[in-house]
Design a protein around this ligand. Structure first.
Ligand SMILES: [Zn+2]
Length: 62
């Protein structure tokens, strides 16, 4: 069974990852790690949320 979830690296925005149960954590329940920079992968939903947070904080600082 393959996971049909699209992950994206928050660091280098790569979409290639490998999964390992050694890397499973509360924030990374699938244990998906970027093969390039070894960052924990996030789902596209999480990236959208993070981008919104950045935009909101940017508006506040201005
Ligand atoms: Zn990466």
């Amino acid at each position: 069974m393959m996971l049909h979830i699209h992950f994206r690296c928050p660091c280098c925005h790569g979409s290639q990852y490998r999964t390992s149960h050694f890397d499973v954590s509360a924030q990374n329940p699938f244990g998906a790690k970027c093969i390039f920079c070894k960052s924990p992968m996030v789902t596209l939903d999480n990236i959208t949320t993070q981008n919104r947070a950045v935009q909101i904080s940017g508006q506040i600082s201005r």
